[in-house]
Write a protein that binds this ligand. Sequence first.
Ligand code: FES
Ligand code: FE2
Length: 324
Amino acid sequence: MEAQQKSEPRIPLPMPFGWFGVCYADELPEKGVKALEYFGSHIALFRGEDGRARALDAHCVHMGAHLGVGGEVIGNTLACPFHAWQYDDDGKCVHIPYASKIPAAAQEPCLKSWPCAEVNRMIWIWYHPESTPPQWAPPVYAECNDQNWSDFETYDWMIKTHPQEMAENSVDAAHFRYVHKAADYPSDWTSSYDGPLRHAWLEMKMETPKGSVTGRIENGNDGPGQAWTRFSGICDTFLLASITPVQRELVHVRFAFTQPKSDVDGPRGGVAKAFVQEIVRQLNEDIPIWENKKYLARMRLCDGDGPIMDIRRWFSQFLIDGAP
Ligand code: FES
Ligand SMILES: [Fe+2]
């Protein structure tokens, strides 16, 4: 008798719930419409005439056209490209230009409405497998809202992994030597955990041509989808990272860097650029590991590995068993 080999998922974790970046604010102008594919769903994102971003399930209940492909913003509603049914924020049909009556079922919210937030020059959508409303607000970072800091320099990747694998990687001390060939890796982080927020920081002496300088690195995760790193002392840099599930084992990663304009445009511009390139290089080096490794529910860790289990425990709050 032939045994049926069922292929197991490489990463048997559900998509986590939280806020996830879906586009930069300037990619959605007033009355702009975008088709998105995240969280295993098709979503139409649009900006009303009042300037606010909104997101609805993409497929019109009338005959199934995609509202994000050719849809038109009228006031603060989104009109379907097929027969012009108009939907409001709640996903209710509020107008059919060629009908005298809206079908009763479409007068109720008939399209899922996704909570949106716009902070740090980015638009964020709240995903929860049971559609529970947002449980925290995405934090605001001063650097992303300061005229004296540069426009974002952006990078993005589609990576076959899960946000938890990336979070664990950030404290995986030994991989910095073996994957990134770092001569040394600072391991004496101080960390704090506060509900969905995680914060870690350290100070270290760094040698520069002008002598030894004390640099500070801080990083954090605000839920599973938003991570940030703040480098100060040598080349001030703020990195905003968003990690957004497309499907269970596929994430869209965005890195947005900002630095003081006086550094970027001044004599230190070369250092500022090199700094960003180094961080991007490291991400590229991680990809083949993440795309091929298997998630182990039970790892065999040693004392030099870093606080990976702390991250795993913290991350578990965002995973709901049995979610799609
Ligand atoms: S399919 Fe959308 S209005 Fe007809
Ligand atoms: Fe890495």
